[in-house]
Design a protein around this ligand. Structure first.
Ligand code: MUC
Ligand code: MG
Length: 373
């Protein structure tokens, strides 16, 4: 194939309202902010990608505004004129010139893969070795901040058949109040419905020991990132101590984090996220480490909009053992979208879009409506 260059990379910030406030231990979200990347190639093909975080700088160390600056000031000039045909070469170049900034790197890799898929007429999943499924189980996160409202939301979604598993966000309140909140919801939805809990690092190890004991007793199925992400040994101790599976989320950021955790048994499940990992190909590397260590997998989200959600879905669909399903519900938390066709969620699963690349298209009218001026 004749060489094709990256001609130009554009980025913009989009702010989309959420359907209700979303309460996490570190922030309450009333809208979601995403950085969208458009990568234009010399053959006229355009690839798109998304870099999204949660609550400004309260979740990770990259903010939307900082990500846009990194893209425009450092990445776009570095990549301009380079061959768009080898995604691996571009990602290696980025890694050698720019430390960290994984969320933005993930957006660039997504856009390159989208463009390459469109060029070759195949999906991103096909470029990554092929999908093993075209549907992914998707849970819903109950995080309205109110126990009764969460219960009503769960019942409505069960009745509608949209989700059959729920994740609860805790860690904002005193731990005993949080445990009561979780137990009340678990009791209301019944033993057949899976309920998981995400503490988002809010507990000390000693509180975690008390809190998880009660959650385990209440029949909770999975405990996500109970303690600070840097305490790998603590996570390993909790994993050994409890029967209920412990999932590493914030701790399992990069490929090397996954390796270090796997070596010491820090978590029996890893939450995979393209943003933390710095792209889709790194997800496959993390998954290989987990598989070798007997650690189960879960398809995580940074509450991305449709572009980032589909990028995640494309790579998750290539993993043969995604035992804990996914939480790719980000677009459902938003009142509006910026793509032409919204994703299909029904019977507890997300349908992987068909078509070359990501299989989605930006709706520029919507983009212009929500783009930050
Ligand atoms: C996280 O930490 O898992 C995923 C779902 C949700 O509500 O928040 C995110 C982040
Ligand atoms: Mg989490």
């Amino acid at each position: 194939m004749k060489d094709i260059q990256i001609e130009r990379i554009e980025s913009f910030i989009v702010d989309l309202p959420t359907i209700r406030p979303h309460h996490l231990s570190m922030a309450v979200m009333r809208n979601q902010t995403m950085v969208i990347v458009r990568l234009f190639c010399s053959d006229g093909i355009e690839g798109i990608g998304e870099a999204t975080t949660i609550g400004g700088l309260s979740y990770g160390d990259e903010s939307p505004e900082g990500m846009k600056l990194t893209l425009d000031t450092y990445m776009a000039p570095l990549l301009q004129g380079k061959s768009a045909l080898s995604v691996n070469a571009i990602m290696a170049l980025l890694d050698s010139h720019i430390k960290g900034n994984n969320f933005v790197k993930s957006a660039i890799e997504t856009a390159l893969l989208d463009a390459q898929g469109k060029r070759l007429g195949v999906s991103v999943a096909t470029l990554l070795g092929g999908a093993v499924t075209d549907t992914l189980p998707v849970l819903w996160t109950l995080a309205s901040g109110d126990t009764e409202q969460d219960i009503a939301e769960a019942h409505a979604l069960l009745k509608e058949g949209r989700h059959y598993t729920f994740k609860l966000k805790i860690g904002r309140n005193d731990w005993k109040t949080d445990v009561r909140h979780v137990s009340a919801i678990k009791e209301a939805v019944g033993p057949e419905v899976k309920v998981t809990v995400d503490v988002n690092q809010a507990w000390s190890e000693s509180i975690a020991k008390q809190g998880i004991a009660l959650l385990q007793e209440a029949g909770i199925d999975l405990i996500e990132q109970p303690i600070i992400k840097t305490n790998f040994d603590g996570l390993a101790r909790l994993t050994r101590y409890f029967t209920v599976p412990i999932m590493a989320d914030e701790a399992a950021g990069t490929v090397s984090d996954a390796f270090k955790l796997a070596k010491i048994g820090g978590g029996s499940v890893f939450a995979l996220k393209i943003a933390k990992a710095g792209g889709l190909t790194n997800i496959q590397r993390q998954a290989a480490i987990a598989q070798a260590a007997g650690i189960s997998l879960y398809g995580g989200t940074m509450l991305e909009g449709t572009v980032g959600t589909v990028a995640s879905a494309q790579v998750f669909s290539t993993l043969p053992h995604l035992e804990w399903g996914t939480e790719l519900f980000g677009p459902l938390l938003l009142t509006e979208d910026i793509v032409k066709t919204r994703l299909t969620y029904q019977n507890g699963v997300l349908q992987l879009p068909q078509g070359p690349g990501l299989g989605i298209e930006l709706d520029m009218n919507q983009v212009n409506k929500f783009k930050r001026k």
